[in-house]
Design a binder for this molecule. Structure first.
Ligand code: SGN
Ligand code: CA
Length: 516
């Protein structure tokens, strides 16, 4: 009797133990839903910063999962960033150094490897890589930059126009695909939005919601760029005609001479949309003409208009992310799906007086990254490690149990997602931007960032170094390169930069440098 009780206890305890440990194991082959927007700044997600807009649905991902305050890109512009996330390699390795070249779709990408491993793969929305997508069972993409209103989509090679607003349509197509997928297989869906890309055209339903909002002006809006030549010579200023009153801010009147002629913003709209648009913008245009603003007053007016349009675009993004999260919950997919939300890069919301991206300064080097984790991944809250868009591909492969190819330069974030224990991680991230000379005139540059310091070298038609102490100078106003008190730090950062260029095998500055 006693022996059988002991035996029974042993069996029970081991059953419980095994049962528990199985339950706690990170789940294998989770679904992957990779949502990416275009030019969405972390400053305009309330989980990061709640001073500009409330984004309850994006926050849901962070609240139920993790948020990365130190998430970066390797080259802050669209096509390069997309090629990086597909290949897990910096742009000098995947060839997509700027927006102009065509992506080599013959390369190894994570969708191809997932597909080969039995995942169903789909890409819906913005693509921008010129060559046709490879590695997807299904694709339905926007041509080029895409259109906000009644946009064209190219579905598996066939172009068709659709009625509706781009962010909503992209989501509709994503939900349709989820509904009709082969439910026997895990899925990997890339849902990639056009919004909130320039020229920030909101759903006409949400225009008025932001009309009377007044946004705080960044402390360095009137930056004079002292000691920062490349920052001085850019063309991404709200305080100049770089941001055009007609083209960007939608003031249409024969008295307003835009840089690109008088652009008709309602060309693709249906009658209802056009009516709502006119009802919103006409009184604003009238008021603008009457006030005859100049100088700083004009710049501040432009900033407020820019913010309102941009944030109204985010309003739709947030609502549509909510629709997808609801779908996952209603269809029993919340527990076995990794949900990732990110942007192809960050964006300036008036910091330094700017819009756009490209620079290695914080607002455009950083990109939002939120994840809701599948069952068994118990990490919660902020993950402070320095992560980068080279890390997405290896992370997805690792979660799916697929071997990570040696050529991939990123690191799997899987260990960071398992629990709240500290893990070994990298101490620095690398950056290299090439698109010069081009629109916005941001010089070529490369650099390194640690948790506290950033070293940048602007090159090509310029030879300027910058060093920032991000703890003392988070707004990057004070270039301390060459200052004696930073000599030691500068030396260490130079060494770290050379090490990273060796590690990532980057000598592309020599290849691309304009020698004339
Ligand atoms: C367009 C925009 C630029 C923007 C680039 C790259 N001009 O050319 O402002 O920097 O795209 O953006 S626009 O007049 O067409 O709006 S990216 O995100 O696609 O790389
Ligand atoms: Ca972009």
């Amino acid at each position: 009797m006693r022996t059988s009780i002991i035996l029974l206890t042993v069996v029970l305890v081991s059953y419980l133990f095994v049962g528990c440990s199985v339950k706690d194991e990170p789940m294998e082959r989770p679904n992957i839903l990779f949502i990416m927007t275009d030019d969405h700044s972390y400053q305009t997600i309330s989980a990061y910063n709640d001073e500009l807009i409330q984004t309850p649905n994006l926050d849901r991902i962070a609240d139920e999962g993790v948020i990365f305050p130190n998430s970066f890109v390797g080259n802050s512009i669209c096509a390069p960033s997309r090629a990086t996330m597909l290949t897990g390699k910096h742009t000098h390795k995947n060839g997509q150094i700027n927006n102009s070249v065509t992506f080599d779709g013959g390369q190894v990408t994570f969708p191809k490897l997932l597909k080969a491993a039995g995942y169903q793969t789909a890409l819906i929305g913005k693509w921008h890589l010129k060559s046709n997508p490879t590695g997807f069972d299904y694709w339905n993409i926007l041509p080029g930059q895409g259109q906000y209103y009644n946009p064209d989509f190219i579905e598996m090679g066939e172009k068709k126009r659709f009625e509706g607003y781009c962010t909503t349509l992209t989501t509709d197509f994503g939900l349709d695909w989820l509904d009709n997928r082969d439910k026997e297989k895990p899925f990997c869906l890339l849902l990639h939005h056009k919004a909130p890309h320039r020229t920030w055209q909101p759903d006409t339903l949400y225009l008025d919601e932001f009309k009377d909002k007044v946004y705080p002006v960044p402390a360095n809006f009137f930056d004079k760029y002292e000691g920062r030549q490349a920052a001085m010579e850019q063309h991404l200023s709200i305080r100049s005609s770089d941001m055009d009153v007609n083209y960007d801010l939608k003031m249409e009147d024969e008295k307003i001479k835009g840089r690109f002629g008088n652009v008709n913003h309602t060309a693709r709209m249906n009658e209802k949309e056009r009516e709502r648009w006119q009802a919103h913008y006409k009184p604003i245009t009238k008021d603008f003409l009457e006030r005859n603003l100049e100088g700083d007053e004009l710049y501040l007016w432009k900033y407020q208009r820019y913010m309102r349009d941009y944030l109204a675009c985010i309003r739709s993004v947030d609502e549509n992310v909510g629709r997808v999260l609801d779908y996952l919950e209603e269809n029993g997919l919340a527990e076995n799906t990794l949900v990732v939300y990110t942007s192809d890069q960050g964006f300036y919301m008036g910091e330094h007086g700017w819009f756009d991206k490209r620079f290695m300064y914080e607002q455009s080097f950083r990109t939002p990254l939120l994840m809701r984790l599948p069952k068994g991944y118990t990490r919660k809250g902020e993950v402070f490690e320095l992560v980068q868009n080279i890390d997405y591909a290896p992370t997805f492969l690792d979660l799916a149990g697929v071997e990570i190819p040696k050529e991939i330069q990123g690191k799997s974030m899987k260990p960071l997602l398992i629990d709240n224990k500290n893990r070994e991680w990298r101490d620095a991230v690398y950056y290299h931007y090439y698109e010069f000379p081009n629109e916005h005139a941001v010089k070529k540059h490369y650099g390194v960032r640690t948790d506290r310091y950033k070293l940048i070298h602007f090159y090509d038609d310029i030879d300027v170094w910058e060093l920032y102490d991000l703890e003392k100078d988070p707004d990057e106003m004070n270039n301390v390169f060459g200052k004696p008190e930073y000599a030691e730090i500068q030396k260490n950062m130079e060494i770290r930069l050379a090490e990273l260029q060796k590690e990532y095998d980057d000598n592309s500055m020599e290849l691309t440098e304009n020698k004339n």
